[in-house]
Design a binder for this molecule. Structure first.
Ligand SMILES: [Cu+2]
Length: 488
């Protein structure tokens, strides 16, 4: 009899309906020394050949970038060995999964570190099904070699019990910049989100605070820029093209693995039929001419190959695409220089992906949170706060106490002009209002909140333990933009 069956049999007689999930979770977590690992991940220095004349040395998973694609099965427990071959303790976060705090990969929640030159063996039951990923979850601060500025990003695909078809093959794309540097101020795209409704009081608050800071002689706080851009670790024009045949339906799973950037993606002559956001199926597929993908967001979209030629699948920003953010799509039998055609501007509106006419149940409680920036307040870096409190890595105190089983609405208000990709650990949420427009049916774990805008998302507190909410931009989360929920 295997261990798992043994445990389930022994717990059955005493397990009540309420107790069983907790006991099962505890059993899943325990690893016996004689158990073999299903996967081994080694954190260590690796070489990333972005192009023949541009080979970077950075921290990677298993010496490669992106980290190996892990294809897991929903509900089938896995044992993973994580070896840390670096001089600093590490956290490996399983982004988008509903895992206990012991394995989720966040010090703030209480996950043990993978010690420097040490290892940790963990076990968990993957879920929910869909496109997830794994990445480092340590504070980088001003160290642009640490955290997600490094190459510690890899895709995870959790196969559902029933795979929805309608495509011929899958292609995974990981978008990632390298060689970061600091600058005062930045050039992030700002005008692509819809609806465009701004909240006057938030705008006043943000602009007043910024003006006061500049009037005191402060410079703009640091932003991060990059010298090199890549898809799947290759600069545009290097590495293998995506080879397609006319009529083929390719399901692209696109991950924005950036530490700080928002990306866009277009393929001239083709459209994207979006079937899932952050790995969660949409109520119905939605066709769009191009994609906008916030930091850590995922988009799964089917492209029907019906414009034979050699094309650039690339970012709309000319600078970034010319420095590598793209990949060639080559039809069988076609040759020549890859073509890029700048698409017409297109606003990214999450509510377009929702279920028309559907309404959401009222929440049990509404949690209000306002996000604010103090320009250049910490050694030249912007400091971020939630309801006036920058997260303290020394105290690590929960800001919000929840009760299990309740449905919460987070009303997020952005008193800054930056876009924030907001991420909730160990749960997903339903978008319920974007910049004043109600919506339903879009399930995500990261969502971009526009400058001076409001967004509401609902989630059910059904995975007890500490739960981190944070902006996924490394530079923002590292300087205060986090808060902990807690419940038992
Ligand atoms: Cu942010």
């Amino acid at each position: 009899m295997d261990r798992r069956r043994f445990l389930s049999l022994t717990t059955l007689p005493i397990a009540t309906a309420g107790l069983r999930p907790l006991l099962a979770a505890a059993a899943d977590n325990t690893v016996s020394p004689e158990e073999k690992a299903d996967y081994s991940i080694r954190i260590g220095t690796g070489l990333v050949e972005l192009a023949p004349d541009r080979i970077l040395s950075t921290t990677t998973y298993n010496g490669q970038f992106p980290g190996p694609l892990l294809r897991l099965k929903e509900g089938r427990r896995v044992v993973v060995d994580i070896e840390n071959d670096t001089d600093t303790p590490e956290q490996l976060h399983w982004h988008g999964q509903f895992l206990p705090v012991d394995v989720d990969g966040s010090e703030e929640e209480g996950t043990p570190y993978i010690p420097a030159h040490g290892r940790r063996r963990i076990a968990f039951t993957p879920g929910p099904a869909g496109f997830r990923f794994y990445h480092t979850h340590v504070r980088a601060g001003s160290n642009l070699h640490a955290g997600q500025f490094s190459g510690q990003v890899g895709p995870v695909y959790i196969e559902p019990r029933h795979e929805p078809g309608a495509y011929d093959r899958e292609v995974f794309l990981v978008l990632k910049e390298f060689e970061p540097f600091l600058s005062r101020g930045g050039d992030m795209p700002m005008d692509f989100l819809a609806p465009t409704t701004r909240v006057e009081v938030l705008e006043e608050q943000g602009e007043t605070s910024m003006k006061a800071s500049l009037a005191r002689g402060m410079a703009h706080g640091y932003e991060v820029g990059y010298r090199t851009f890549s898809i799947n670790g290759r600069v545009l024009g290097h590495g293998e093209p995506i080879r397609v045949k006319p009529g083929e339906r390719v399901l692209f799973h696109v991950l924005n693995g950036s530490a700080t950037e928002i990306r866009s993606l277009a393929l001239p002559g083709h459209r994207f039929k979006v079937v899932a956001l952050d790995g969660n199926p949409l109520p119905a597929p939605v066709e769009v001419p191009l994609l906008w993908i916030g930091t850590a967001e995922r988009v799964s979209a089917i492209v029907e190959m019906k414009s034979p030629g050699v094309w650039v699948l690339g970012d709309l920003a000319d600078d970034d695409r010319n420095r590598g953010m793209g990949i060639v799509v080559e039809y069988a039998g076609r040759r020549g220089k890859p073509r890029w055609v700048t698409p017409k501007p297109f606003h990214w509106n999450y509510t377009r992906f929702g279920a028309p006419g559907r309404t959401v149940p009222p929440p049990d409680e509404v949690i209000e949170m306002t996000f604010a920036k103090r320009n250049a307040a910490v050694h030249g870096f912007n400091e971020w706060s939630i309801n006036g409190v920058p997260f303290s890595m020394d105290k690590m105190e929960p800001m919000f106490q929840l009760r299990q089983g309740r449905r919460y609405r987070l009303r997020m208000r952005n008193a800054s002009d930056d876009i924030h990709p907001m991420h909730l650990h160990r749960h997903n949420f339903e978008l319920t209002k974007i910049a004043g427009k109600p919506t339903a049916g879009v399930i995500k774990d990261v969502a971009m909140l526009g400058g001076y805008q409001e967004m509401e998302v609902d989630f059910t507190a059904d995975h007890p333990g500490r739960t981190l909410l944070h902006c996924h931009m490394q530079l923002h989360m590292d300087y205060g933009f986090m808060a902990l929920f807690d419940y038992v």
